[in-house]
Write a protein that binds this ligand. Structure first.
Ligand code: FE2
Ligand code: FE2
Length: 378
């Protein structure tokens, strides 16, 4: 397995990290670490409860939009039935209330997968019920937790086709299904649906294997969908798993990232927004940038090998506070060629003051580099 991973990494590096290839040059990448909004407005008193808008990290990426707009993202709610656990319910309620309160309102919401924890009908229906309070248009892509109990039956009944596309104010949006094409590890072992689901619900899924992928049919669909789209116009692709190799043992990737890259290569303004990793994450490969989003449920640790260089890591400061290290996001598409992702991270209180506002890439960051970055430096 490690030889295979090694081979894949070398290949990925050779294919994707070619000299000079980066997301569109007009896309200025700046990252600003904000202190709390109330600090920005100069209204902080010691002991104040910061329950609202803890903007921790803004990543500006960029695109031309016909008119400025913003949309919201919620994912990885991992709902249990109410009778078992209401902790995750509370956080969905909070996220929904906050999105609903956005002013100006979000144009739409993307739900990025893992609505349910064990794929149960009751869990999925609970999710629908909680999100019903949100009056804006909602689009859903599936996560593995939604899928592998009944192989997407209930999810399909509730939300329809898992991959879709639409245009909005000069941006083409694509939702991908990266979860449904896992290899069949259950039939030969005569697993029950619950056993199958159980293997999908672990992070280190050695039994389930490399289940995350886009699939040839969906790649063809994506290519067709993009055929009439101007190469220099913005594309935003939503996927549950990241569309690059971050950490395969946890399926923090799609196994057919090469093919995805082939399809997207001609386009210069591609942003991939993904869930599954439950953490602040940022990476660029070729002309595509990928942004990892927070869960409302819990934060996963960073991969043992470290994170892509451009990631500014998020940590859970207080493991006992289940609102810490989680939250949701707004995405602002500005007329001045930028897309800003704002992490709305809850529970940060005073401790999230990490660096000066408006720090930029020119300031060296001390991150533990990934093994792959060390072996094949840029
Ligand atoms: Fe998740
Ligand atoms: Fe997931």
């Amino acid at each position: 397995m490690s030889d295979e991973l090694d081979r894949i990494r070398r290949e990925m590096h050779a294919v994707l990290q070619q000299p000079g290839v980066r997301p569109d040059d007009s896309l200025k990448l700046t990252r600003r670490t904000f202190i709390h909004r109330s600090l920005l407005f100069g209204a902080v008193s010691v002991g104040q409860t910061f329950a609202w808008w803890p903007l921790l990290n803004t990543i500006d990426v960029a695109h031309a939009a016909e008119a400025p707009f913003k949309f919201a993202w919620i994912s990885d709610t991992h709902l249990y039935e109410r009778s078992l656990n209401t902790r995750f319910v509370d956080k969905v309620v909070r996220a929904v209330q906050e999105v609903q309160a956005m002013d100006p309102p979000a144009d739409f919401l993307i739900f990025g997968g893992d609505l349910a924890q064990l794929g149960k009908i009751e869990e999925l229906e609970l999710g629908v019920e909680l999100l019903k309070d949100l009056s804006i248009k909602k689009y859903y892509i599936p996560g593995e937790h939604d899928w592998y109990l009944d192989m997407g039956k209930k999810w399909g009944e509730l939300f329809g086709q898992p991959n879709w596309t639409f245009d909005h104010k000069g941006v083409r949006f694509i939702g991908l299904d990266t979860v449904s094409r896992g290899p069949d590890y259950w039939t030969v072992k005569k697993m029950t649906p619950e056993e199958r689901m159980g293997h999908m619900a672990t992070l280190d899924g050695t039994v389930a294997g490399a289940w995350a992928g886009v699939g040839r049919d969906q790649l063809d669909w994506m290519q067709k969908t993009l055929a009439d789209w101007d190469k220099s116009k913005p594309i935003v692709i939503f996927s549950h798993n990241p569309l690059y190799e971050y950490y395969p043992p946890w399926n923090f990737w799609v196994r057919d990232w090469r093919e995805v890259n082939e399809v997207l290569k001609p386009y210069t303004k591609v942003t991939n927004i993904h869930g599954h990793v439950h953490q602040v994450l940022y990476n660029e490969i070729g002309s595509m940038r990928s942004i990892g989003m927070l869960a409302t449920s819990w934060p996963w640790p960073y991969a043992p090998e470290g994170v892509p260089k451009l990631t500014k890591p998020m940590i859970r400061v207080d493991p006992g506070d289940h609102f810490d290290g989680v939250g949701w996001e707004t995405v602002n598409v500005n007329a001045d060629d930028r897309v800003d992702v704002e992490y709305i991270m809850w529970g940060r209180k005073e401790v999230f003051v990490q660096s000066d506002p408006d720090s930029s890439l020119s300031q060296p960051e001390k991150l533990r580099p990934r093994m792959a970055d060390n072996m094949w430096p840029y």
